[in-house]
Each structure stands twice: as C-alpha cells, then as structure tokens.
Design a protein around this ligand. Structure first.
Ligand SMILES: Cc1cc2nc3c(=O)[nH]c(=O)nc-3n(C[C@H](O)[C@H](O)[C@H](O)COP(=O)(O)OP(=O)(O)OC[C@H]3O[C@@H](n4cnc5c(N)ncnc54)[C@H](O)[C@@H]3O)c2cc1C
Length: 390
C-alpha cells in the first residue's frame, strides 16, 4: 500500500494553498465563527471568492469535461477539499459537489443546460429541501405534497434545517407525489428557484446565535413539469445518487486538524494556555487527539480509494463519518476543558481565544447529526456491514 500523493497532486495542493493565501479575505476565515450567510458583507465576499474559484475551474473539478468540468480524479478533488477545509475557505457551494454530478446523471437536457454551467460559474447557490419536522433520519416519511395540476405541480408543506436557504437562489426538494404508494416509491424530486410565489423562509437561530438554518414553507407553490428531476415517483432513487456523491468526509478530518493546530498554537502563545498544557494529562489527551485525526484521515482515504476504484462505499463511509464527527466533537470539548472559563468567552470580546472559536465550536458539537446521525451510522455498520438483524 502506497499512501503517497503523486508529484502532480502535491503540486496541485501547493497551487490551491497559494491561491487561498492570496485570494481569501482574512475577514472570511475569521467569519467562520459567525457562520457564513448571516452577514451580507461577508457573504458578498464569499460569492466573489467563489467566482474566482470558478475561473480556476475548481468548482466542478471531477465533472466530465463535456459538461465543463476538469475531468479530475477523485484524489485531486480530495486534495482540493482538504486544503479548502484546513484553511477554512468557504469558497465552494457544497451542493455543487453533490447535486451537480447527480444532474449530469439524471437531469433532463433542459436542466443540464439551465443549471450545470451556472453552478460551475458560481452563479447559483443551492439549498437542499429534504428534512422535515417529522422526517429526518426516516427521510422517506416526508409529507410535503406535490400535486399534479395540469402541466404543473403544486407544492405544499414544510422543510426544516435548510442550510443557506436565506441566501440560496435555487432549491432541490423532495415531495410526496403519490400518497398511496409505498413510502419510498411515492416521492418525486424537483429543482426550482427559491423566489417563487408561496415560498416563505424563516430563520432558525442556533444556540450560538448563528443563523445557518431555516424553516421553509411552501403554500401551493406552482412549479412547471420541467422542474421534475428524474422520473415521477422515482425521486428517492435520484436523491440517493445526490447523497452518494459526498461520502468520504475528507474535509471533516482536515477541518478538525486545523482546529487542534490552532488550539495548540494559541496555548503556546498565551499564559493561560501554557499553564493548561503544563498538565501532563492534557498533553497526553492532545497527543491522543492528534493520533485520532490521523486515523480519521486514513479512514477517509480508504473510502476515497473504494470510490476511485468505481465501487460504492458502504460500511466504510459510515465508519469514517461516525469516527470523524465524534473526534471533531471531542476536540471541541477538549478545547473548552483545556482553557476553562477563558474558552467560554464568545466572539466579539478581545479576550475570546481564537476569535471565539472555542466557545462557538463547543456550542456546535450537535452538528454531527448532519448528514446522518451517529445512531443511524451505527445502524448501517451493524446491519449492512456486520449483517446483524434490523
Ligand atoms: C449542520 C446540519 C446541516 C443540515 N443541513 C440540512 C439541509 O441543508 N437540508 C436538509 O434537508 N436537512 C439538513 N439537516 C438536517 C439533517 O439531515 C437531520 O438533522 C438529520 O437527518 C436527522 O434528522 P432529525 O434532525 O429529524 O432527527 P431525528 O431523525 O428525529 O433523530 C432524533 C434522534 O433519534 C435518533 N434516531 C432516529 N432514528 C433512529 C433509529 N432508527 N435508530 C436509532 N436511533 C434513531 C437519532 O440518531 C437522533 O439522535 C442538517 C442538519 C445539520 C446538523
């Protein structure tokens, strides 16, 4: 087994790093603690940065060349994501990675023409309308309705936890189109703009006071037949393609590595931190976390190698996701324990360590639910991986 990157991949990593260091406004890196999207000025800078990344061709790196992508390997894409995550560069719409390739596979010619180029040029920001108040882990129980009305559909219902809906131009949404069919077989998938009549977007304030999520209400929202993504009532199967396109969790371990690096650097430069690190138990824990971050990276590379061989990861993706999200939460808890009351000082105070990241990071440890909760990952590992009964 040779885990080294090729010289071409190393050179690309250096190019991405140099780009970020030159082009990313410092305010954006610091603003990650305030959550992007909620501050119009910062969001404007994020959009401008996305346009520059688009010019480099890095938004649809792994898309086939005929669709405007670079046809780059998944490894090159992973190198890119690792650098972006490590430097906290929010330059890519995460949906571009997931939805774009799904449109290439399942989209109509009209949808490909309308959305692929615009996504690649960073002209569209997407949001994902999947979860509902009573349909999260059990997504197929969703109740938002799509009722045929002549050549159109009327969408009525509610979505929740919709990240970036407040800044998105378009939504990809699942709705129940046949209430009589078994639950997975009566769902259709739609692509449409977020400014249609009948759509109301309400912010959800997180306990760290950030605004990344929304509730989105649909009241008889009229969408044309051309908004249907894939076949009628077969939306579930198209949605699994969308979700399959981001499973390695490469970015997760790179982001956590950055959090630990920043924490240690802060501790070395600060009397409170130096005192905390003088405690051998704390030093041992920091070392354990550094090991876990390396393990998480190797797990992500394993998933990547399965994907690169054209296979679909299964238990491996769940193991990587579960391990890396638990480890990320552990780093946040460790930071709070290490710095004590100083760690609890929030953004906005000149005394806040790392611009409040310790405090905000700890308040966000619940984020490990996103993309599939720990219990659901354990179910996948037990049932699909170990062949245990449901
Ligand atoms: C950071 C973040 C971003 C998100 N962004 C989006 C987005 O853009 N669009 C979108 O549609 N959704 C989004 N979500 C929502 C996310 O997909 C859901 O939170 C997730 O699917 C869990 O659903 P739920 O919140 O309804 O919890 P539930 O499914 O109600 O789960 C509640 C608890 O019960 C446990 N549980 C549920 N079922 C089982 C079971 N069968 N066995 C054992 N335990 C079980 C869960 O593990 C969890 O602990 C986001 C969530 C987060 C945290």
């Amino acid at each position: 087994m040779d885990l080294r990157f090729t010289s071409q991949e190393d050179a690309f990593r250096a190019e991405v790093r140099a780009f970020i260091q030159k082009e990313m406004p410092p305010a954006i890196a610091n603003a990650m603690t305030i959550q992007e999207g909620s501050d119009p000025e910062i969001w404007g800078q994020v959009r401008a940065l996305r346009k520059k990344l688009a010019v480099k061709g890095w938004i649809g790196m792994s898309w086939p060349k005929e669709y405007g992508g670079m046809g780059a390997s998944l490894v090159m894409q992973a190198v890119f994501k690792e650098e972006m995550a490590y430097w906290r560069c929010p330059g890519i719409d995460p949906q571009a990675y997931q939805l774009g390739p799904a449109i290439i596979i399942h989209g109509s010619e009209e949808q490909k023409k309308k959305y692929l180029g615009a996504t690649l040029r960073a002209e569209i920001t997407w949001c994902q309308g999947f979860s509902e108040p009573n349909a999260g882990s059990d997504l197929a129980s969703l109740q938002t309705r799509a009722v045929k009305d002549g050549d159109d559909f009327l969408i009525t219902g509610q979505k929740i936890w919709t990240s970036y809906a407040h800044v998105a131009d378009s939504i990809h949404l699942l709705a129940r189109s046949d209430p009589e069919a078994p639950k997975h077989r009566g769902i259709s998938y739609f692509l449409f703009p977020t400014n249609l009549k009948g759509i109301t977007i309400k912010p959800i304030r997180q306990m760290d006071n950030g605004h990344g999520f929304n509730e989105v209400y649909f009241e008889n929202v009229r969408v044309p037949k051309s908004a249907l993504f894939g076949e009628l009532n077969r939306g579930w199967y198209v949605a699994t393609t969308t979700l399959d396109f981001e499973r390695s969790n490469i970015a997760g371990s790179a982001g956590t590595r950055r959090n630990l690096d920043d924490l240690i650097a802060f501790c070395k430069s600060n009397p409170v931190g130096r005192r905390a690190l003088a405690n051998p138990i704390m030093r041992n824990r920091a070392a354990d976390l550094a090991i876990k971050i390396e393990v998480a990276r190797m797990m992500a590379y394993k998933v990547l190698s399965i994907q690169s061989a054209g296979k679909v990861p299964n238990m491996e993706a769940s193991i990587a996701k579960l391990f890396s999200s638990d480890m990320s939460a552990e780093v946040q808890s460790f930071a709070i324990e290490l710095l004590g009351m100083v760690g609890a000082i929030d953004t906005g105070s000149k005394y806040a360590p790392m611009n409040g990241q310790v405090c905000r990071g700890y308040l966000r440890t619940g984020c490990k639910v996103g993309g599939g909760s720990p219990e659901i990952q354990r179910n996948v590992i037990a049932q699909r991986g170990l062949g245990m009964p449901r």
